[in-house]
Each structure stands twice: as C-alpha cells, then as structure tokens.
Design a protein around this ligand. Structure first.
Ligand code: PLP
Ligand code: COI
Length: 355
C-alpha cells in the first residue's frame, strides 16, 4: 500500500451477531453490522467512513439505476482454528475492480482506500466470520454511479462501498447445466471480462428458462459460432479429459477468475497437464462418448468448486461420472479449503492475515 487514509468510524450501539447462527445462514441475505463507504466527487475520492449497515438514500434519477454504471467484486475472509481471520488473494480482487472501473468509465479506487477500508471493516466485524469448515465471510465491494441526472454520460459522482455477509455453500448439491446456444453472455469488444452489473442482469432470463427445464445453470458459448464453451453461471469452467485439465482460454468474453487461476496453479504444481485453449462442446461430448471425460466443474468465489454431474445439449442429457470418482476436483477443492482455513502450508502466499 502506498499510504493510509482517514476513516471516520461510527460503531453500531449493539452488535446483531447474536441474532444469527453465522455458520448456518442462506447465502447473501444476512448482512454484518458495518459497511465501508468512500465517496467520489470533483475528480477525487473524498471522505471515507464506516457506519452501521443500512439503506442508501438516493434519487430515483440516480444514474446507476438507469444506465448500469455499476461494478462489483466478490471475495471471502476465512477464520482458522485459532480464530485468526485472513483474506484469500485480496489484491487480485482490488486489481480486477479497477479493470472493471476503467472499462465502465468509472474512477479507479486507490489501494489504500480499498485495502484500508476492507481491513478496518473486517477488524470490526470479525465475529461475523463463520468458523465451520465450509463457511466464510462473503465480501462484496462495489462502485455505483450516483449522479442525479438522466442524460447518458459517465457520472461525476460515485460511491465505493463494501458490505459483507456470512456464507456457507452456494450450491448445496452438484449441478446439471444446459449448453446455451441461442442467448449469449458476452461479445468481443463488450464487457464480459469485467464484473459489470449488466452481465448478470442479462443472464437471468436464459438461466430461468434452463431452470424451468430442470438445470441449475447454463453453459455460455461464444456469441459468434456457439460452438465453444466459455463460462457457466458465475463460474469459470474446467474439464478433466484423459489426463489433462482443460479450461477455456481467457479473452475479452471471459472473466479472469481468481479461483480459476488458483486451481490452475495447484494443478501445475502437482504436475498435471494443463491446457488453456478453445474447447468446443463437440470435443467435450466426444470425450463423454469415448469415456475420457472424467470430470467437469465450475469454479468461483461464491460457488467454490461446483461439480457438474449432467450436461444438456440439443435436447439430450449426458450424465457424468459420480463425484466420488473425481480425483482432481475433489482434491483441489479440499486443498483450497485447507489453505483458506490455515490447515496446510500456504505455499503460494495467497492468504493475507487481518486479525
Ligand atoms: N465468471 C463469472 C461470470 C463470475 O461472476 C465469477 C465470480 O466472481 C467467476 C467467473 C469466478 O471468478 P472468481 O473465481 O474470481 O470469483
Ligand atoms: C462470486 O463468485 O463472487 C460472484 O460474483 C458470484 C455472485 C454473483 C454471487
């Protein structure tokens, strides 16, 4: 960090934490005591403060609501057996937030505001970090455009906010996914590689259609040929075919996942063959047909590792091997959990201790 910032802190009179079992709450619905806010106006970041979690007073003309100048991040903090709280690769989220900001014509957040605000907030709300093996505190940093103005142009005022919520598993069970070849998530030259709010809004209708057919998620394909797989829901996609771990190569239509990078790093460290390249759905289904498709999974911060047990494509369903037979994804899931929980050596220096 290059410096520190002054954060005005207004503490809650009485913590609400005892009202919840933080190890057992639904994802994203129960928010911790405090939030961090920094305001941008007149070409620079102004005051930064921590205040009890609450509502946003705003105008109905607020620009984020109309034109989608809104970006976010998703990251997690973990508590180890000694009660220490640590973040997983937070600088990667900081860098990605600023890549999103640049693409969406929003101001970048200086590291001392992002990290300074985050660390202060976590120190105050450390009692909200779950202790269970699969629990964590989900952290949602975001920036919204706050001009009260209906003209279409980049806002001149913004809020950078961090809210947090205890989280368990995002998907309770392994998932079935439908390959989507009509709607698409991202186009070349678009915003698929950043975490812009609109990417998620546009995904909901196709996802709803897939869910009505009994799938939990879609697999997005490329918008030009619809032949190559890209991502699934809010996750990067991985396959084990034969003895190789395969994942779609990054580009401007795919989010550069921090979990993706962590899984690839571990796989390479374990000596597994790894390929980042275009993967056609035909290639995946051919491997399914000849028995070499061993594993398929999505990976992301909220979802961690989500095993894919069925793929739907052009009216046919393809069942995949049961989770118990999956050597790589179960091992990498366990290793990530152990690193995050401080149960094993943090060989790649991924954890940053907070308190
Ligand atoms: N792809 C999309 C579209 C996502 O929303 C996410 C979640 O953040 C990911 C991939 C996985 O990224 P990460 O592992 O950094 O959470
Ligand atoms: C994450 O994994 O952090 C995501 O962004 C998914 C989310 C939209 C719940």
């Amino acid at each position: 960090m290059t410096g520190t910032i002054d954060i005005q802190i207004d503490k809650i009179a009485k913590s609400r934490v005892s009202e919840y079992d933080v190890n057992n709450v639904p994802f994203g619905k129960c928010f911790s005591d405090h939030m961090f806010v920094a305001e941008y106006a007149d070409g620079k970041w102004q005051k930064a403060y921590i205040t009890p979690y609450g509502d946003l007073p705003m105008s109905y003309a607020m620009s984020a609501l109309h034109y989608g100048q809104a970006i976010f991040e998703g990251m997690k903090a973990y508590k180890n057996a000694q009660g220490d709280v640590s973040l997983f690769r937070p600088i990667e989220n900081f860098n990605r937030l600023n890549r999103s900001a640049l693409r969406m014509a929003m101001p970048e957040v200086p590291e001392e505001i992002f990290m300074g605000g985050l660390l202060e907030l976590l120190k105050l709300d450390s009692a909200w970090v779950p202790t269970s093996e699969t629990g964590s505190l989900y952290i949602r940093p975001f920036i919204i455009a706050t001009d009260e103005a209906i003209g279409v142009k980049a806002s001149e005022t913004y809020k950078f906010v961090i809210i947090t919520c205890p989280a368990g598993k995002y998907y309770g069970e392994p998932i079935r996914v439908l390959v989507e070849t009509n709607y698409f998530r991202a186009v070349h030259g678009g915003v698929g590689f950043v975490k812009a709010a609109g990417n998620y809004g546009r995904s909901l209708f196709p996802t709803k259609l897939a869910q009505a057919k009994g799938y939990q998620q879609v697999i997005w394909t490329d918008s030009v040929t619809h032949q190559y797989v890209e991502e699934s829901g809010t996750m990067n996609l991985m396959f084990v075919i034969g003895d190789t771990l395969l994942t779609p190569e990054l580009g401007d239509t795919i989010l550069s996942g921090i979990t993706r990078d962590s899984v690839l790093t571990l796989a390479r460290d374990w000596g597994l063959k790894v390929e980042e390249r275009k993967i056609s759905i035909r290639e995946v289904l051919t491997a399914h047909g000849n028995g070499t498709l061993k594993e398929a999974f999505g990976c992301g911060t909220a979802a961690t590792i989500a095993h894919i047990v069925g793929i739907g494509f052009e009216g046919k369903d393809y069942d995949l091997p049961p989770v118990e037979q999956r050597k790589f994804s179960t091992k990498v899931d366990e290793m990530l959990r152990n690193i995050r929980k401080g149960n094993v050596e943090d060989k790649f220096n991924w954890m940053m201790k907070v308190v």
